[in-house]
Every structure is written in C-alpha cells, then in structure tokens.
Design a protein around this ligand. Sequence first.
Ligand SMILES: Cc1cc2nc3c(=O)[nH]c(=O)nc-3n(C[C@H](O)[C@H](O)[C@H](O)COP(=O)(O)OP(=O)(O)OC[C@H]3O[C@@H](n4cnc5c(N)ncnc54)[C@H](O)[C@@H]3O)c2cc1C
Length: 411
Amino acid sequence: MSYDVLVIGGGAAGLAASVFLGRAGQGRRILLIEKAPRVGKKLMATGNGTCNLTNVKASAADYHGAPRLAQAALEAFSVAETIDFFTSIGVDCAVREDGKVYPLSEQAGAVLDALRLEAQALGVEIICDCKVTALKKQGNDWCVMCDNAKYVAEQVLVTVGGAAAPALGGSAEGYRLLTDLGCEKKPLFPSIVQIRTATDYVRAVKGIRVDAALTLRMDGRVAAQSRGEVLFADYGLSGPAVMFISRPVADWERQKRGEMVACLDLLPDWDSDTLCARIRQRSELKGRTLEDLLTGLLHKRVGQTILRVAEVLPLTREVETLTEDELKRITRTIKNWKLPVTGTQGFGGAQVTAGGIAATEIDPSTFAIKRLPGVYAAGEVLDVDGDCGGFNLQFAWSSAYVAAQAIQNNR
Ligand SMILES: Cc1cc2nc3c(=O)[nH]c(=O)nc-3n(C[C@H](O)[C@H](O)[C@H](O)COP(=O)(O)OP(=O)(O)OC[C@H]3O[C@@H](n4cnc5c(N)ncnc54)[C@H](O)[C@@H]3O)c2cc1C
C-alpha cells in the first residue's frame, strides 16, 4: 500500500511526529507503524507513570553523545513551544520547582491518550502488531518491509527508539533498519541505570532509602557527583541520585579500564568535626551498646552496617568503651563510605540508551539522513541521550518536530 509518509515506531517521537505531520500536511496519507500491540508502552512507564515530559531548564548541556543535535532540535522546538503544544492537545502542564514538567493530572496515560487521539483526529492511520524488518529503495520511493506486509512511501521517518528497557519494547534491532543501509552507529550502552557494587554490606541495608551525597571516583579522580535519594538494593545502589550519575559507570563498564568507586556521604550537611563531636557525645549516653550508637542519627540498620564497615565491633560492646581512633573511623565511614563499583544493571534496568545512529549521518536542520534521501530519524535511535529529568522526552518531541517540518517542506 502506498502512503505519503511512513512513521516507523509509535513511541514518544513517532506519535508526536504523527501529530505534527497531520497538522502540517492536510490531505496527505500518513501511516504510523508500531511493532507492539499498542502504541506508547514506554511512554506509559515514564516518570513512574506520571511522565516527566520536559524540563524548563533544558539546554544542550543536559545531553551526551551528540549534544549539537539536541541543541539544533531545542532551538527549532523549545520547551515553551512543547508546553504550548501539549496544552493545545489537552494536556495542561505543571512546572515543578526543580524545572521538571509533568501533566497536571500526573498521568503518563494522559500524554499518550492526547497524542494518540490527536493523531487519529488528524487522519493519521495507526497499525500495531506490525514489526518493520527492512527499508528498501524502490525507484524514488521507500519500501518498508514488515513481517506480513509491505508499504511504500516517498518519505520515511524512523523513530524506533533505543535498546533500554526491553520489557517496555526497547530493542537493539531497530538500529539495523539504518545500519543495513550503511549508516554508522555509535556503540550502545545503558544510561540512567542502577549501579552494581560490592554487596558484602549493602545487602544488609537493602530496601532502605537515604538522602546522601554520592561521588563516583575513577582511579581516585572525581568522575561525577550528585545529591539526593539513594536506595540500597541487593545488587548495589538505585534511586534518583544514583541514576543521575550512572552514565560514566556504564561507559566504564563498556571499556573496563581502571577502578571505579562510589563514595557515599550519609550526612552531607554535617562537617566531619561536628559529626565526630556528636558521636562522642552519644558515646557518653548511659546503658547503650554499639548496636544503638548511631540509632536516631542514621537509620538503625544503616548505623549498624556503618560500624561493621568501620570494623568497630562487636555491636554488643558498651558505647563508653569507644576509643578516639574508633570514633574517627566511624565518622570517616559515614562521610565517605566507599563501595567498589562492579557495573550497572544493564539495558534491563536502564531508562535510556547512550550511543546510536551517529550525528555525522544526520543533517541537524532537518534530521534527514544524509546518505538516504527521503529518510529521517528522531528520538532515542540517534546518538543523543539526556540526563534524568525530562530531557530525553524533550529530545523526542523536538527532534520529531524538526523532522516533521522538513518532511512537510520536502513534499
Ligand atoms: C522506565 C522509564 C522511565 C522513563 N521516564 C522518563 C521521564 O520521566 N522523562 C523523560 O524525559 N524520559 C523518560 N524515559 C526515557 C524516554 O521514555 C525515552 O527516551 C523516549 O520514550 C524515547 O522516545 P522514542 O520515541 O525515541 O522511543 P520509544 O518511546 O521507545 O518508542 C519507540 C517505538 O518504536 C517501536 N518499534 C521499535 N522497533 C520497531 C520496528 N522494527 N517496527 C515497528 N515499531 C518498532 C517500539 O515498540 C516503540 O513503541 C524513561 C524511560 C523508561 C524506560
């Protein structure tokens, strides 16, 4: 069957592009092809189901891989325009103090429904359960080969996403649509992902959340820092502060060079002297054993684990038996608990894919693939990944907009 435009992949970028194309090209036949039974499965899971759809602070500095592509996209379709766009399709937005933007209803489903309904209202056809397996040139057109069908169009937009979160449809296979036609792909690795560490002590505090400062050290040098919620897990560390600085860990895991250590400061608002003095005071409390030395200062189980890490044992000892050296060791461990990093939880736990179709393949003013006239790409399939905070969806919307405009102008 023949269409004017085929959009491959019904995720954030593909759905937004369908709306932009539908609005711009009245009367044009547009088909969105999705391999899953429904469009937008990953979008539904964003922001823990609340969809952090953008960030008013977004700039090229929030992106990695090829930030110049992100910059070009943001310049063409800004955060303000994104918020106006969502308002125009019925999604009123709320901007939080930290700059993150969510639908007022805090439902990712609202974002998905609004995009899907708008695309359908504009006459975009949507086919699900249809996996595209190859793109082939056919005269001036492109033939899109699927498992059970084939479609022909003058222009094709590839929005197949990345390899992260396979349970939500992520797959490395989509890149092949373009690499089979000669496009270069930068190596893939997971980002915004949980970190695996030595687990000897972490397992004992599994399930506990702390507000901590986290420093990643690579061969002793600071590689990344963050502050916020850290969740202890049986494999290592999770939580927003961890996900935020996970990219260098995944990059290191890929290259396997040097040693990486995660250093936790469990009381970042206390300086070491004040903390040591406070622990000394606590050691003067009557009738306590080490088991409760830190209870009330830290989560009880975390406090006991700190003593084990600092080798201040046994926990049945009276607190007044603490020596000055032991007090210092406890203080040092609270301020700088070193956990050797062993890797990440991989694409299975990741929110986003670093790497992808190389920026050199893309014209940043159109998101056209330079070597394949008539083919465009947008979203996570490209070598652009953003930090945690709404930046990845913003790139999906902005890059989809640029590609859709270019497709419209190139009819
Ligand atoms: C758990 C989780 C939470 C997240 N939360 C946020 C957040 O709050 N804010 C934020 O900015 N980002 C978030 N992200 C990242 C964000 O979801 C992605 O960056 C974004 O969805 C990328 O959009 P995309 O359209 O490029 O890819 P996707 O949304 O992944 O869409 C790609 C679509 O293409 C389809 N497809 C793939 N191959 C084929 C094929 N061969 N044929 C047909 N269809 C195909 C897929 O099934 C999929 O529906 C989160 C990610 C995860 C996993």
